[in-house]
Design a protein around this ligand. Sequence first.
Ligand SMILES: Cc1ncc(COP(=O)(O)O)c(C=O)c1O
Length: 464
Amino acid sequence: MSGLHRRLTDEDSKVSLEVNPIYVGQVPPGEIPRYRIPDGPLPADTAAAIIRDQLMFDGNARLNMATFCTTWMEPQARALFSDCLDRNIVDRDQYPQTAELENRCVNILDNLWNGPGGRGLGCSTGGSSEAALLGALALKFQWRNRRRAAGLPTDRPNLVMGTNVHTTWHKFCRYWDVELREVPINPKTLAIDPPGVVAQCDENTIGAIAVLGSTQLGMYDPVAEISAALDRFQANTGIDVPMHVDAAVGGLIAPFTEPDRVWDFRLDRVQSINTSGHKFGLVYPGVGWIVWSHPERVPEDLIFQTNLLGGEMKSFTLNFSRSGAPVIAQYYNFLRLGFDGYRAVQRACLDVAQGLAERITTNPFLEVLSGGTDVPVVTVRVPPDFTDFTAAQVADRLRLHGWQIPAYYLPKAMDDVCVLRFVVRNGFTQETTEMLVNDLRDATAFLERGAAARHTHTLAEINF
Ligand SMILES: Cc1ncc(COP(=O)(O)O)c(C=O)c1O
């Protein structure tokens, strides 16, 4: 199970590290245990070399189209990042300038998201997951405070979201005991519909989540339309349902590529927005951001005051210590690229994604579902009437060429559809598209030949 590691039995953990004999003379005699701390030290260069040898088996990040996360930064950014790794973001007394750069980033984001001037409040986080959890906690506490003040019960909160949300929202509901109310995605628009959101809301709804760039399909939920539907719902019922926009993917794309799209703090109902600095913010992991449009949207009882590190500090976070390097690298990107630079980078990704989608339409064994119109994500499926091979088999064949492409089933309402997803990130060019399209064509042709042969021959006769 990824991320949760089991302690091996004493017998199984007796394995030693395999050390290249070329390091002769650099390692002490005897074995170096793999799962126990070694008895003594190793020279620094040898320890680093042994680890590098093992890391070689990790995938090539530039061929990884599965991840949304940044896998390349300019050498200057990388150098700055490594110079700043030792700064602890929570230690504002020791690193006031790091705190100031975080402050500038929050201001830049609030401005990009059209916050009502001088009112926004926000912070960096470890990623969008932490940011989303903070946003949801603020919704829950506000709702509870309102209900308590009115003498109403507070034991059955619910949160409304599409089936297209990221797992982090399911986590919130389970960990914080909130009922999860799901709105199925519309197979035509590949996003949720406003009436579906309204249908799930009642007086116990702490908020509604809209996604700006879904993880599964890369499509934007119609934020402004959902907000308008909730305005009408409020006019009819008196129930005010605030919105949070999970812009993990699109929060640093839409402001540059579609500045006229209204999805942000221009809508008063949108009270908070999160994004991942380490996705289209173009920073190495891990940094996320959350901004609330008004300070009163973060209930006071969520904010902690500590003086453990010297001066008095206020914070609203789930973890405490974290490196300031990604925050500094985020500020570097804002300063380095400016509005025009970000627009050029994101526009190029969209162009490549749309070009990729167009090229894939010439492959008769694949059908494009989402083609990089919103964020640079392309999803394709094997046509439903075609049963000779599956999307997962295509992904397997692409692995042979080094491509890491996930194949997965879509959420409810489309859960019989298995897709391949290609995330186009900075650095992915028309030339790489060409390579990918050729490899895709070879993969599907190979699988088709195998299927055709199976139809007419026994397996033993098939000669690939
Ligand atoms: C829409 C959405 N929300 C939240 C997350 C979680 O983001 P992070 O990996 O920054 O914690 C993701 C990750 O892909 C996402 O796509």
